[in-house]
Design a binder for this molecule. Sequence first.
Ligand code: ATP
Length: 252
Amino acid sequence: MTQPLLSVNHLSHLYAPGKGFQDVSFELWPGEVLGIVGESGSGKTTLLNAISARLVPQHGTITYQARDLYAMSEAERRRLLRTEWGVVHQHPLDGLRRQVSAGGNIGERLMATGARHYGDIRARAEQWLSDVEIPPSRIDDLPTTFSGGMQQRLQIARNLVTRPKLVFMDEPTGGLDVSVQARLLDLLRGLVVEMNLAVVMVTHDLGVARLLANRLLVMKQGQVVESGLTDRVLDDPHHPYTQLLVSSVLQN
Ligand SMILES: Nc1ncnc2c1ncn2[C@@H]1O[C@H](COP(=O)(O)OP(=O)(O)OP(=O)(O)O)[C@@H](O)[C@H]1O
């Protein structure tokens, strides 16, 4: 491919001075994982919402496969979110349907891409449950009966079943126990490579960023203060704020 999957150009959205993000630009290529890191309140989630078509930004443009995202109709953006894109929320129940079984949560996304045959849908849902290490015997159970780690794995299965090109993740391992987190990270890393997924991931955890992201944007008070390859940014941070972030992790 000779063009980026996603181009973000001079994007801004401010709720109030210093609250939101300002003048953010970057490109994302197929198969690339971009981590957005920075302290709480630096505008990471607001930025993620704007680039994933869930918040109309005040300024700037986003192009997805050379098409202006906000020149598309609302219906087209919604279709993208149901098919070629995925969104993994920090709190899994925000990204799952509580009243629908685990299998139904996965099958629903398949149906959005045209699958109609009940037996096939169920078989693929079972396969995905097992891929994300949920016993397929739980296929008819409601997600609310699952542990937090299982819910997060179900949310990942629901998003990836349509083989999306681009997935947005907001603190995908936040709020989970350390051991559950480590297994989930391994699983995610494997899936990202295997499916050649492009990912934009918000995290305040530099360990998660190091494991998953190829490139990082470091945000402070709504502005990108540094960007580059993950190893370069974390091993040789140039901006004093990045240096502070990295050293505060080392001291912990
Ligand atoms: N809907 C909103 N209306 C007004 N202000 C908002 C709104 N959403 C977020 N903010 C403010 O914008 C700033 C950026 O918030 P945002 O959630 O994007 O930061 P963040 O870096 O993701 O932080 P965290 O890691 O704590 O989630 C914060 O000061 C927040 O209070």
